[in-house]
Design a protein around this ligand. Structure first.
Ligand code: ZN
Length: 180
């Protein structure tokens, strides 16, 4: 594992948590009220130790992550930075090495046993994105009725949709429009 792999995983989780709390529409449907399983699915992107989750503890951090990240496709980097700096301060994000008995040391930016610790970690991962030339990889799904954000992983930066579901939905709609 490279030193930054864990932060990359946490960046994916940050975008996932942002979508859970911030997207009004997801893949053609109005977003459901976030529940503990939604948060656990997100945490599993970056850790294999996911215990009980109180969804309320993730709500304001998740919403703020979305508010920050959704500014990037519109080019409002300064606005995103202000919100992420706020979140870093509020969660007291600070690097610290932790480990489980017998496991290798692991760099975290807050306690992996607390919601605030994960929000601190996700804010840090987002801060690394904001300070890099990868910033343009953060995109908003172009499908109708979908507010999901995603990280474009294609080499030539051509990904337009959050998922194949949205890609197919858009294709079908375009086909219908042509044959109508
Ligand atoms: Zn989508």
């Amino acid at each position: 594992m490279e030193a930054t792999d864990h932060l990359k995983a946490s960046l994916g989780a940050a975008v996932g948590l942002a979508n859970v709390f911030g997207a009004g529409w997801r893949q053609g449907k109005p977003a459901a009220e976030p529940d503990a399983d939604d948060v656990r699915d997100v945490l599993r992107l970056t850790t294999d130790r996911v215990g009980e989750v109180d969804v309320a503890e993730y709500a304001s951090g998740g919403t703020q992550l979305y508010d920050a990240l959704e500014r990037l496709p519109d080019g409002d980097v300064d606005g995103a930075v202000a919100l992420i700096n706020d979140l870093l301060r509020a969660t007291k994000a600070a690097p610290q090495l932790t480990r489980r008995e017998g496991a290798p040391w692991h760099l975290h930016f807050g306690s992996p046993d607390a919601a605030t610790g994960w929000i601190a970690e996700f804010a840090t991962a987002t801060a690394m994105l904001l300070g890099s030339d990868e910033i343009h990889r953060l995109r908003r799904c172009e499908a109708t009725r979908c507010d999901d954000l995603f990280l474009d992983s294609t080499r030539n930066r051509t990904q337009r949709f959050c998922s194949t579901a949205c890609q197919n939905r858009t294709k079908v709609a375009a086909h219908r429009a042509r044959s109508a």
